[in-house]
Design a protein around this ligand. Structure first.
Ligand SMILES: Cc1cc2nc3c(=O)[nH]c(=O)nc-3n(C[C@H](O)[C@H](O)[C@H](O)COP(=O)(O)OP(=O)(O)OC[C@H]3O[C@@H](n4cnc5c(N)ncnc54)[C@H](O)[C@@H]3O)c2cc1C
Length: 398
């Protein structure tokens, strides 16, 4: 047990005051025992993985931080002969898991390469990027509910996974102890050079980078390398020497609004139609370059053609139809540019990616919050849309 541990050292935003108490679990049994002990003692507590989706206030955490450092990957053949099942301890690093799967020719998470953080946190916001999302491969989790004696299995369906959210992010308190995934064993399906072919490429920018068409398949190693390169160009791979990566990734989610509201936004703003009552389709966090977006929009042009003819009409607009807008576009078009900072602040918009708020070194949590509030108020006054933060805020609020 450590006292007064500085959370700034354990979060990728590099802010956050101390925890009153911190415990670290390195085995599954230890994790269950420490969590139960903490809950029996009472008081506030926080599960901590890689700290890459957390904005902790300058006052820190008055209770116990349960740091999850468990490791282990167990594999077995899936029920379908072309699949493999993995049970992964919550403290494993997500990107190590991706590298492990890719090295064996297992497909389904290669486009999620380079996302920081732990495996146990991945279901919390149903991580996604470059045309893949966790819910496509998640089978179940082992979940220790707050005050329960032992973990129980929760299926992916029970988690209500959707665009950057789940019941875990919406308030179901407890600890993800382990995660069960089903991946495609593509190792027998090789290209001419012997690479195992992954899932069809589902994201225009990635297809561009690979020089293939949407829906084509490439070796999983090639997909991983292309994703890592794209992410690095946007400061979306952690780099201790690059303050553009001292962030929580995208700070705001892409807003999902009614078609009626979407029509109040300029027609050149990127938008994606979301099926009513269906989980929104993946909009990768780095989907912000004009050319791939144009391609993506062109892809949708046929479906939108009839709407385009009546762009200014409100008759026939269906408020049950939901439209996802690009938070980055809204921010950029509300006058906030890459690198923007409030006077005297060490918090700034990334110089590579408008959606990432970064610590340029020495920023306080309060400075990050002020920047986030400013960005949000600019977008609200320009477009009437309130952006929602993607990271979990602890001991602070927007
Ligand atoms: C540079 C960068 C790029 C990013 N890119 C992406 C991206 O492309 N796509 C994407 O989806 N996200 C992205 N993120 C966000 C982040 O990496 C993910 O949300 C990741 O899953 C967080 O994992 P973590 O272990 O760091 O979670 P933490 O930050 O430690 O915790 C996040 C939340 O999950 C809870 N939690 C953590 N572990 C557990 C557990 N075992 N059981 C229960 N609750 C738990 C915490 O209490 C907290 O509420 C990015 C972040 C950064 C810094």
């Amino acid at each position: 047990m450590t006292e007064a541990a500085p959370l700034a050292e354990l979060t990728t935003l590099r802010v956050g005051g101390p925890a009153a108490r911190m415990v670290t679990a390195t085995t599954e049994d230890e994790l269950v025992a420490l969590a139960r002990e903490t809950w029996e003692a009472g008081g506030p507590w926080l599960a901590l993985g890689g700290g890459s989706n957390l904005l902790v206030g300058d006052e820190g955490v008055p209770g116990t931080v349960i740091r999850i450092a468990t490791t282990g990957i167990a594999t077995r053949a899936g029920d379908d002969p072309h699949t493999v099942r993995l049970r992964v301890q919550a403290g494993e690093r997500w990107d190590d898991l991706v590298a492990y799967a890719v090295s064996r020719g297992w497909s389904g998470i290669e486009a999620l390469s380079g996302i920081p953080g732990s495996v146990g946190a991945a279901p919390v916001q149903n991580i996604g990027a470059y045309g893949q999302e966790l819910d496509a491969v998640l089978v179940a989790i082992d979940f220790l509910a707050e005050d329960a004696d032992a973990p129980r299995r929760m299926t992916a369906d029970e988690l209500e996974l959707a665009y950057r959210t789940s019941v875990l992010k919406q308030g179901l308190r407890g600890i993800v102890v382990a995660v069960e995934l089903e991946l495609h064993d593509t190792s027998p399906e090789r290209d001419v050079l012997g690479g195992a072919l992954g899932r069809p490429i589902a994201y225009p920018q990635l297809a561009n980078a690979l020089g293939v068409q949407l829906g084509d398949r490439v070796p999983v190693e090639q997909a991983r390398a292309a994703v890592l390169a794209l992410r690095a160009s946007k400061g979306m791979v952690l780099d201790p020497d690059d303050p553009d990566t001292w962030s929580a990734g995208s700070f705001f989610t892409n807003p999902i609004v009614s078609e009626h509201v979407a029509r109040t936004i300029p027609s050149d703003a990127p938008r994606w139609y979301v099926e009513p009552e269906a989980p929104p389709e993946v909009v990768p966090l780095t989907a912000l370059d004009a050319s791939p977006l144009e391609q993506f929009l062109a892809h949708q042009a046929e479906a939108e053609a009839s709407d385009a003819a009546s762009e200014t009409e409100t008759a026939g607009v269906d408020d049950d139809v939901h439209v996802k807008l690009s938070a980055a576009w809204l921010i950029e078009h509300s006058g906030i540019h890459r690198g923007f900072a409030l006077p005297g602040s060490r918090a700034a918009v990334s110089s590579k990616h408008t959606l990432a708020l970064t610590n340029r070194g020495g920023a306080s949590a309060e400075q990050l919050v002020q920047l986030a509030r400013f960005v949000r108020s600019r977008v609200q006054s320009e477009f009437g849309i309130v952006l929602e933060p993607e990271p979990v805020l602890v001991g602070t609020e927007l």
